[in-house]
Design a protein around this ligand. Structure first.
Ligand SMILES: NC(=O)CC[C@H](N)C(=O)O
Length: 305
């Protein structure tokens, strides 16, 4: 049964009220620190990309790590299971930009959503396409139906200037022989992919292939059913980093967060959701977006469990 979205959105927005203004906007990328922390948007896209939403759902924001589900899908579509030799599929239990684990485990990152894992995926996409960031942008334009999806040069350059930790991770990966392309090229494509700017509506639509078991917006096949299942499974165990257990407990959906404050969540066979609120909790997940998704699945009963 299709719920009354107007009523549902009102209830979700009410649930978010008490946490708006709490948390902290990411400031380790200076260009992100300027975003108004009280913003809130929420969108739902059904399998035919028919979308509705509430609040700031058409206000663009920096997608940051949400980009990692799309680069992963583009690489899996070509490499299939071979990718899993280079990157794991286990929860990290550590912050997204952690070092110690990567060194201990000889450069095989726990999963493709911690930064080291995402750098390996971007390295591979760069090899496959010659231009990872443009391949990603074109894919997102096609899937969202919005030809204006683009990079934010200010955010990319800001992260490039302050990205010492990511540079160090990339150098460690290179030292361990895990990258095929020069460190500088991998980092550049990674920073630009994170700087892509989209709104809740675009993101909910763009992730639709994961709810359609691998079928793109035009119904051509990107991933096999099994591959789509695998991306969703890895989102469940690692999409919200070291809070993935807490997130599964509260929301019960595969999801991917970004430090821009967005979270995309998948309800396989039914729809995709995107919630956005720029202020983050201590794990780097948006307080408002987690609260909104928690309210949504509680009110509808639409979790995967
Ligand atoms: N969790 C995130 O969104 C992190 C992405 C950010 N660009 C970084 O690499 O630090």
């Amino acid at each position: 049964m299709v719920p009354d979205y107007e009523v549902l959105f009102e209830q979700v927005t009410r649930a978010v009220g008490p946490v708006l203004g709490g948390g902290q906007v990411a400031d380790y990328i200076p260009a992100l620190a300027r975003v108004d922390p009280a913003r809130f948007g929420f969108a739902v896209a059904d399998l035919a990309t028919c979308t509705c939403g509430t609040g700031d759902w058409k206000v663009p924001f920096s997608i940051q790590s949400i980009s990692k589900i799309f680069t992963l899908a583009l690489v899996l579509a070509v490499d299939g299971d071979a990718l899993w030799n280079r990157v794991g599929k286990e929860p990290s239990g550590a912050p997204f930009n952690s070092f110690a684990q990567l060194e201990r485990e000889r450069g095989i990152p726990r999963n493709p959503f911690v930064n080291a894992g995402a750098l390996i995926v971007t390295d591979r996409l760069l090899t496959l396409t010659g231009d990872a960031r443009t391949a990603l942008r074109e894919f997102l334009r096609a899937e969202s139906g919005n030809p204006d999806v683009d990079f934010d040069a200010r955010v990319a350059e800001s992260e490039q200037r302050h990205g010492h930790r990511n540079s160090a991770l990339a150098h460690l990966l290179a030292d361990l022989g895990r990258l095929d392309n020069p460190v500088e090229a991998v980092l550049e494509h990674y920073f630009w992919q994170c700087s892509l700017t989209m709104n809740c509506r675009d993101l909910a639509r763009a992730a639709g292939f994961l709810a359609r078991h691998g079928l793109r917006a035009d119904h051509s096949r990107l991933l096999t059913r099994s591959e789509a299942k695998r991306v969703n499974a890895v989102m469940l165990i690692g999409g919200t980093y070291d809070a993935a257990g807490e997130f599964a407990h509260r929301v019960g959906l595969p999801a991917k967060s970004g430090v821009g404050g967005g979270i995309v969540a998948i309800i396989p066979g039914r729809c995709t959701l995107c919630a956005w609120g720029p202020a983050l909790d201590g794990h780097g997940n948006s307080l408002a977006a987690v609260t909104a998704l928690d309210a949504f699945t509680t009110l509808t009963g639409w979790s995967i469990f």
